[in-house]
Design a protein. Structure first.
Length: 131
């Protein structure tokens, strides 16, 4: 039997198009909001078709020494060319790229997960120090 953790895949985002990429500073100032961006397909573009797409990206923060993470952002990408005329005939497409601002008062780790409708769950993480 699989564990939930074993469902998540990880790899180098420069060589695998499904890995979520976290962009932002490694060190931030306590009490100030800081901007981060998350995306899938930064180095190698991920398809964005009705048949193969990224459905969502979520970000959570685990404070150093903390037991539980705090969800800080969640993004859904719901337009992939679907249409009554057929697959990939629609007028709207969304890209798996989003930005958020967060204030962190303790050091810790940002964890980002994403979901591909064909290749499942993917994860990455970024340590963040606070001064």
């Amino acid at each position: 039997m699989s564990t939930f953790e074993s469902l998540y895949q990880e790899a180098d985002w420069k060589q695998e198009k499904h890995v979520p990429v976290i962009e932002g500073p490694d060190s931030i100032t306590k009490g100030e909001f800081t901007h981060f961006s998350v995306s899938v397909g930064k180095e190698i573009p991920h398809p964005n078709t009705t048949e193969h797409h990224i459905r969502w990206i979520a970000a959570a923060f685990l404070p150093e020494g903390g037991k539980y993470p705090y969800e800080v952002a969640r993004f859904e990408y719901t337009a992939h060319g679907e249409s009554v005329e057929g697959a990939n005939q629609g007028p709207a497409y969304t890209a798996p790229h989003s930005c958020f601002s967060v204030r962190l008062d303790q050091p810790g780790t940002l964890f980002v997960t994403s979901y591909c409708n064909i290749h499942g769950l993917w994860k990455s993480e970024k340590p963040v120090s606070v001064s």
